[in-house]
Design a protein around this ligand. Sequence first.
Ligand code: ADP
Ligand code: MG
Length: 254
Amino acid sequence: MSELLKIEGLTVTAEDKELLHGIDLSVGEGETHVLMGHNGAGKSTLGCAVMGSPEYSVTGGKIYFGGEDITEETADKRAGRGIFLSFQNPVEIPGITLSEFLRNALEQQTGKRIKLFEHKKNLSAAMSVLEMDSSYADRDLNVGFSGGEKKKAEILQLLMLKPRLAILDETDSGLDVDAVRTVSKGIEEYRKSVGGTLLIITHNAKILEELKVDRTHILSEGKVIREGDGQLAFDVLANGFEKYIGGVNDEKEN
Ligand code: ADP
Ligand code: MG
């Protein structure tokens, strides 16, 4: 399978502090990868660096997307290429409805005007996959949404914007069991209908069970300390990180 995302020797700095120290990580087209690690390991930083967030400076290494070097590109350009990053804490945007937000984003992405009728039709189909009440389309983005509703709104973006690579940063945090199932269903739909590639940051067993994970990467103190297949994610949940952090640093599975 060809590599969609390839990160080579990436070092990243914020506020004069080096946070990532030489990350190597590749994600094949159409695959689902999970990124795990303690709080503060650098998972969100890595997601932001791939997205091109200006808060973080790349001081070494390269990021390739679809074989092209995007290390120096702006976040806008990367979004245009089809890289999507969901935030751990989604922003609220008063004055712009969910429907308008998505229509604007789609128009920006395609450079074409989208007919309102068509947009509403597509939006309502995607919302029904996520079991979202249609009234949410006309509410201001994320304003007064519960944690679960914000997360659903993010997955809705995946289904509508159809990015080539979706980086989901703890999309499951704060969700109840039913919401986790719905979110998983949305992610599965994204994978099936869009053929999307996923890099998911999660420690949620239920999410991991529902998605077929191809590969697991464990981060500790800004380094990838272990990689393995989907089973490794479950081993980590069962045994904790310490086993992997202590003493087996350079060992890599299959
Ligand atoms: P994780 O998502 O794995 O919990 P983060 O990537 O959020 O970890 O953070 C990794 C480390 O980098 C933490 O020590 C955090 O305090 C630090 N860090 C993250 N963002 C910044 C920033 N913008 N400026 C300074 N330090 C940061
Ligand atoms: Mg984080």
